[in-house]
Design a protein around this ligand. Structure first.
Ligand SMILES: [Zn+2]
Length: 159
C-alpha cells in the first residue's frame, strides 16, 4: 500500500467480482478489492458475513479518488446553467464541496478557468475547452475566472 495516499473512504457494502473475489464498495463510488490471499494479503475477515459486517464504515485509502477518476457506471443526472466571469455564483468562488457520492465535471466552453482543489488532493489546474475539471466528492475546491470564460458543471452519481 502506498503511504502517500491520503483520501480515506468508508466502506458502504461489499460485492463479489465475477471470479468470487470480494470488493469493498466505497462511499465515493469506487470499488476496491479486499482479497484474502496469504501470505500477501491477510484478510481472513472477508470470508465471513460477520467479518465483512464488522468492517462496514471502516475507511480505506482510495487511489482512484486521488487520481480524479470518475467511477465506472456513474452517469450525469443534472447540470448547472452556463456561467461567465460576471454571472459565476459567489459560492463557486469560495471553498465548497459536493455531497458523498456526487461527482462533478466542470466543462469550459470558452476561455480559461482556474480550478483550485484543497487538501488532501491539493492541486491547482487551469481548465479550458479541452481540459475538464473532475470534482471529487467531499473534497473542498473553488474556481477563479482567468479573464473571460464560459462554463457549466455537470453532476454524476450512481444511477
Ligand atoms: Zn474513490
Amino acid at each position: 500500500m502506498r503511504e502517500d495516499v491520503t483520501v480515506l473512504r468508508p466502506i458502504d457494502s461489499f460485492h463479489q467480482d465475477p471470479i468470487g473475489d470480494w470488493v469493498a464498495d466505497l462511499r465515493c463510488g469506487h470499488g476496491q478489492h479486499v482479497r484474502h490471499r496469504p501470505p500477501f494479503w491477510e484478510r481472513p475477515w472477508v470470508l465471513t458475513a460477520e467479518g465483512r459486517d464488522g468492517k462496514l464504515g471502516a475507511e480505506l485509502p482510495c487511489v482512484l479518488c486521488e487520481r480524479f477518476e470518475l467511477p465506472a457506471g456513474h452517469a450525469p443526472y443534472k447540470r448547472t446553467r452556463e456561467f461567465d466571469e460576471h454571472s459565476i455564483p459567489s459560492g463557486l468562488l469560495k471553498d465548497h464541496s459536493t455531497a458523498a457520492g456526487v461527482w462533478g465535471v466542470i466543462h469550459v466552453i470558452a476561455g480559461r478557468l482556474r480550478y483550485i482543489v484543497e487538501s488532501p488532493l491539493a492541486r491547482e489546474l487551469v481548465l479550458d475547452e479541452t481540459h475538464d475539471g473532475i470534482v471529487v466528492p467531499e473534497v473542498l475546491h473553488r474556481v477563479a475566472p482567468e479573464g473571460s470564460v464560459r462554463f457549466f458543471v455537470e453532476f454524476h452519481r450512481k444511477p
